[in-house]
Design a protein around this ligand. Structure first.
Ligand SMILES: [Zn+2]
Ligand SMILES: [Zn+2]
Length: 180
């Protein structure tokens, strides 16, 4: 989704957008590594231009499909993010700066050929919301390490072992050594 900076009216632009899983797949060809998919991304932004400085503000709501790191069940994490970026013409970029056009730090970016591409911004906003260790819920009980049953929906006789602390195990070992 590209904005032509030459055509931004004085009162600014208001844009709405929706993105799908297909879009994500195009943006992240190695999606397998990303470990998530989206069911839908909706967002809006307002674009204003003062002189050559373009500011882009908006929000995004999305549902991120993830796998719980404890119980391995798929779940959808709803997210809502607010973003704000400032873009300057690439000619204004300091000489020593790497050609980083998405403005990752400080929300500062540069545009060339009167064009700002919003897709990398949308992607960045989604990616930073993806937890490193996704949990379907804080209290997720995970899988039984012995039989693999999902302890959120069922129970098994191994349950005790899951909650045995390493200290208890050590105690047992000590007792065992004494006895022998
Ligand atoms: Zn879980
Ligand atoms: Zn079990």
């Amino acid at each position: 989704m590209k904005i032509s900076t030459a055509n931004i009216p004085e009162k600014g632009l208001a844009l709405q957008f929706s993105k799908s899983e297909d879009w994500l797949r195009k943006m992240l060809p190695e999606k397998g590594k990303a470990g998530f998919s989206v069911d839908r991304i909706d967002g809006q932004c307002s674009v204003t231009k003062i002189g050559e400085t373009v500011s882009v503000k908006g929000n995004i709501t999305a549902g991120i499909n993830l796998e719980c790191c404890r119980c391995l069940e798929r779940f959808t994490l709803p997210i809502k993010t607010v973003y704000e970026y400032t873009f300057l013409p690439v000619e204004d970029m300091p000489e020593n700066e790497e050609a980083e056009l998405t403005g990752e730090d400080l929300g500062l970016g540069y545009y060339r050929n009167d064009t700002i591409d919003l897709d990398p911004i949308i992607l960045e906003q989604i990616v930073i919301q993806v937890p490193i260790r996704p949990l379907c819920k804080e209290s997720c009980k995970g899988l039984c390490p012995v039989c693999g049953i999902n302890l959120n929906v069922a129970s098994c006789n191994h349950k005790q072992m899951v909650f045995t602390s390493p200290f208890t195990a050590l105690e047992k070992l000590k007792t065992y050594n004494k006895e022998n």
